[in-house]
Design a binder for this molecule. Structure first.
Ligand code: FMN
Length: 192
């Protein structure tokens, strides 16, 4: 039995060749001594969120139940996502919406990377969502990687030194949050 931290990686891009996938690959390599990273491949298999289908935990659609089981088993979650039309990709928001009432992100250590041409608007929105559903996000466990295509190659190697430094810090912060070390956590936003 491995005593590594089990990290469920969620890629917000559904593209076959994706910079965000490459970033997950880079993080898998850079953290290999402490993280066991499993990439979740169920994003496009989830139905559209509908609270009517979610009145009881056992009545949720099968792909949703599988997603929730994977979240339960994970010690931490890594989300890497692009930005579309200055917002969060709909498929990713759909997946997160399925976890709101079930509270699968509540107290869960999360690291967030938004990587695109820019990414700042989607990042703020995603952070707000994740924090309001009680994810534990360390101050340095969230970064934006603008101009990502110039910073990570298709082998999953980060070629930009500043980005590599930020990603290494993100990995260390996520591990520290899981270990419940003293880490500055981002506060939850107010609802209104
Ligand atoms: C329809 C569409 C809208 C986009 N809108 C934005 C945007 O608002 N902000 C941004 O930073 N990038 C935007 N992009 C660029 C993507 O974020 C960028 O291509 C990113 O690398 C995609 O991530 P991926 O390589 O992991 O698929 C957009 C791309 C597409 C296809």
């Amino acid at each position: 039995m491995s005593n590594k931290i089990k990290v469920l990686a969620i890629c917000g891009s559904t593209r076959e060749v994706s910079s965000n996938h490459h970033l997950i690959k880079a993080i898998t390599t850079l953290s290999a001594d402490i993280f066991d990273v499993q990439l979740w491949d169920g994003l496009t298999g989830l139905p559209h969120f509908n609270p009517d289908l979610d009145m009881l935990p056992e009545s949720a659609p099968e792909p949703v139940q599988q997603f929730r089981e994977q979240l339960t088993r994970a010690d931490a979650v890594l989300i890497c996502s692009p930005e579309y039309a200055i917002g969060v990709p709909g498929t990713l928001k759909n997946a997160i919406d399925w976890t709101v009432s079930s509270m699968h992100f509540s107290r869960k250590p999360v690291a967030l990377i938004t990587a695109g041409t820019s990414g700042f608007k989607a990042h703020q929105s995603l952070l707000g969502t994740l924090l309001i559903i009680e994810s534990k996000i360390g101050e340095h466990a969230q970064i934006v990687v603008p101009g990502v295509k110039r910073k990570v190659n298709d082998q999953g190697v980060i070629t930009d030194p500043e980005t590599e430094t930020q990603v290494r810090k993100l990995i260390a912060t996520l591990a520290a949050v899981v270990a419940e070390e003293e880490v500055v956590l981002l506060p939850a936003p107010s609802l209104f």
